[in-house]
Ligand binder design. Sequence first.
Ligand SMILES: CC(C)(COP(=O)(O)OP(=O)(O)OC[C@H]1O[C@@H](n2cnc3c(N)ncnc32)[C@H](O)[C@@H]1OP(=O)(O)O)[C@@H](O)C(=O)NCCC(=O)NCCS
Length: 181
Amino acid sequence: MKIQIISKKTKNLTKNEINFMNNERVKLWGKNAKINFKKEDSKGEFIFVKENKKIKSFGMMKPVKIKLNNTEYKIMGIGRGMAIEKRKGWGKILNAARILELKRKGKTGIAFTSRHNIKFFESVGYKIKKNGIKKFRYRDPKTKELIYDPEGDMIYYEDEDKLVTKLLKSKKLAITDTNFW
Ligand SMILES: CC(C)(COP(=O)(O)OP(=O)(O)OC[C@H]1O[C@@H](n2cnc3c(N)ncnc32)[C@H](O)[C@@H]1OP(=O)(O)O)[C@@H](O)C(=O)NCCC(=O)NCCS
């Protein structure tokens, strides 16, 4: 058994990798789940966990700017996570790699998820704020409109900027430059 963890920038994803991820998304969520990763996650990076060269899990992190109380924070938005075979530990390896990278970069990482995934994220090392998405607004760069998503739990790994601690103490909202990822 040979396990590999491979990280690559979105711009370097191959057609095979893109098709593989989209096929898995379509299997789970239907044909509207296809994503143009090179557009949506253009500045991000993907992690692939492989066994004997076969992809077992994958996920993405991308830079996101967040404004809170007139201070700008640069965090990593976490998303697109999926294990091909469930409950075999592949999701845990993927997130161990993500958290290691966040620690090395000294960055906070944030994802939004549904209630049924909370136990998983907790057991792989993140903290949880139920309904945490309500503390965020996405500012549309064209219309300047603040966009609100009413449903989503926040999972996070917090580093030295202490952004999430500050956000949860503050009455203010966090304004992101990236639509809910
Ligand atoms: C969420 C997901 C990535 C988990 O990956 P996985 O490889 O099945 O999880 P693992 O086998 O690594 O499990 C790690 C731990 O989480 C627990 N766990 C995993 N799925 C769980 C679930 N649905 N409910 C409760 N606990 C769960 C495991 O029991 C394990 O606990 P342990 O470390 O105490 O033994 C996978 O279920 C998946 O691909 N889901 C569909 C896509 C998705 O929803 N992604 C998240 C988007 S935000």
